[in-house]
Design a protein. Structure first.
Length: 152
């Protein structure tokens, strides 16, 4: 019986590994995974922003429900991109600054997780970009929650 367990365990391990590779995907156009109950208005507006023609989609990849999209463009294109995202109903936007490796030819990236936070999007600005001028970057304004006395 012991002689059968080792080959059976190896076969099970290989079968599991083959399945896990199928969960990684490459994107040649902008796209995100959305839960079934994701609001239609948010999805429609968000996809319109991700497919803007004033910036260049450079590719993307994903693993399970996580997506990473790469974009190229100058500071003005990024400003318009960020501003348009703030107008998507129900979307929470975070902006982070990241020093990508010099071999990464992207100016900013978009990260999304349909499983963990489907209504949140993170835009990572590449600090090594030659086309993004931080002095000209217009980070969109945000509004905090309403005060209790305003809610009356």
């Amino acid at each position: 019986m012991k002689h059968l367990l080792a080959p059976l365990f190896c076969a099970l391990l290989l079968a599991t590994a083959a399945e896990s590779f199928a969960l990684i995907f490459e994107l040649d156009r902008p796209g995100l995974a959305f839960p079934k109950d994701f609001p239609t208005a948010t999805r429609t507006n968000l996809m319109a922003v991700l497919q803007r023609t004033d910036c260049t989609f450079l590719g993307g990849n994903g693993f399970n429900s996580d997506t990473h999209l790469k974009y190229g463009g100058d500071t003005q294109a990024l400003n318009r991109f960020l501003d348009a995202l703030t107008k998507c109903p129900g979307l929470t936007l975070s902006i982070r600054f990241y020093r990508y490796d010099e071999t990464e030819k992207l100016d900013w990236a978009v990260d999304h997780s349909a499983w963990r936070e489907p209504n949140s999007l993170c835009v990572r600005v590449n600090l090594n970009s030659k086309r993004i001028k931080l002095d000209d970057l217009a980070v969109p304004g945000t509004k905090g929650p309403r005060l209790a006395e305003d809610a009356k």
